[in-house]
Ligand binder design. Structure first.
Ligand SMILES: Nc1ncnc2c1ncn2[C@@H]1O[C@H](COP(=O)(O)OP(=O)(O)OP(=O)(O)O)[C@@H](O)[C@H]1O
Ligand SMILES: [Mg+2]
Length: 333
């Protein structure tokens, strides 16, 4: 297939060969470029190699069930037709509720500890009513899945927005923030002990325990996310201006955070062999537009393009079509 496109210097297959320990795969890019489809195809390919593979969606607007023609919402489900292949759409609402509950417990404890007579509810509600909280909760859920380590390979279908950056920056920012919080907790505790008349030792501090375990988890997450052998982020683009601009920004950010970029996948290239001088003007125009952007891709992402996928005659749905896409993504040279 178009895998042998001259743009591709190091193919997906060559990349895998050079990274035999690759375990955490992420697919990012602008909305609608084919992230879910490519994550699905990658997962199929790993599973076909005999690796126990989990395809997980952290995108609040799920589409794995639609892609696989099978309900995989809220729990891990073996995918029919491909051994070793499991899929899971994380239940956003459930994740957020759990996270809220946990925070409420901590806040309630703290308010009591500080002898502040405020109900935790209102406090927590206002702290958690923002999109960053949802992202943070989803991020933690994803990290939990990674830590459980029940699969050989993980493929994550991530949210399309620029917030992905915040999500990733978060692990660095979190540890800074938690470090500061812990320092001030230590100081406050010290002060309490000095001031207390009864010299009895301070009771266990659940907030401190929480911060400690949180910091540990974030530090571990950062180690995983920046492991060049185990982790790779792939960026999907179309031969069009906006998707190229989006991943150009992403790649720069990721490099800044030290997160390994696996490469770029160009999707939905129109097969020129099918286009004749007598083809409709609309089609010929699109082909020449794509031609121009392919030149830009060649210079902007030199050495980073891992595969070029054709625009198929239909949308990509169901396991059979995914196998075909996997062949285009990982097959060939
Ligand atoms: N190479 C292709 N040929 C034909 N159709 C494709 C191709 N790649 C993706 N599609 C179709 O394009 C649509 C968008 O793909 P997909 O859902 O994977 O994009 P996405 O980046 O995950 O979108 P979102 O940002 O909404 O999550 C789907 O209908 C999919 O079947
Ligand atoms: Mg998607």
């Amino acid at each position: 297939m178009t895998q042998s496109h001259s743009l591709v210097q190091e193919s997906m297959q060559a990349f895998l060969k050079a990274h035999p320990k690759l375990k955490y795969n992420f697919f990012g890019g602008k909305g609608g470029v084919g992230k879910t489809v490519l994550a699905g195809a990658a997962a199929v390919s790993f599973a076909q190699q005999g690796k126990r593979t989990l395809l997980a969606s952290t995108n609040p607007v799920h589409s794995l069930s639609g892609l696989l023609d099978q309900n995989v919402f809220g729990q891990v489900v073996p995918v029919t037709g491909v051994p070793n292949f499991f899929a899971y759409e994380i239940d956003t609402k459930d994740t957020i509720e759990k996270s809220k509950k946990e925070i409420k417990e901590k806040v309630s404890w703290f308010l009591k500890f500080a002898e502040i007579r405020t109900q935790a509810d209102a406090f927590v509600e206002s702290a958690t009513m923002n999109p960053a909280f949802e992202e943070s909760a989803m991020f933690e859920n994803m990290i939990d899945i990674m830590f459980k380590d029940e699969y050989d390979v993980y493929v994550f279908d991530t949210a399309p927005t620029a917030n992905a950056r915040r999500l990733l920056g978060m692990s660095s920012v979190y540890s800074l923030w938690v470090g500061k919080m812990m320092k001030s907790r230590e100081e406050a505790q010290g002060l309490r002990q000095i001031l207390s008349y009864s010299k009895k030792k301070e009771e266990k501090d659940p907030l401190m325990d929480y911060l400690l375990s949180f910091q540990q988890r974030m530090a571990n997450a950062k180690v995983l996310h920046t492991d060049k052998e185990k982790t790779a982020f792939f960026f999907v683009t179309l031969p069009e201006a906006l998707p190229i601009a989006v991943i150009t920004r992403f790649i720069a950010w990721f490099k800044e955070f030290g997160i390994p970029v696996g490469g770029v996948v160009v999707n939905m290239l129109i097969d020129k062999l099918q286009v004749k001088p007598e083809s409709p003007e609309f089609v010929r125009n699109r082909v020449s537009m794509q031609d121009n952007y392919m030149k830009q891709i060649e210079t902007d992402f030199a050495g980073m393009v891992r595969a070029v996928l054709p625009l198929f005659e239909t949308e990509i749905r169901g396991v059979e079509m995914l196998k075909r896409t996997a062949e285009a993504l990982y097959g060939g040279a």
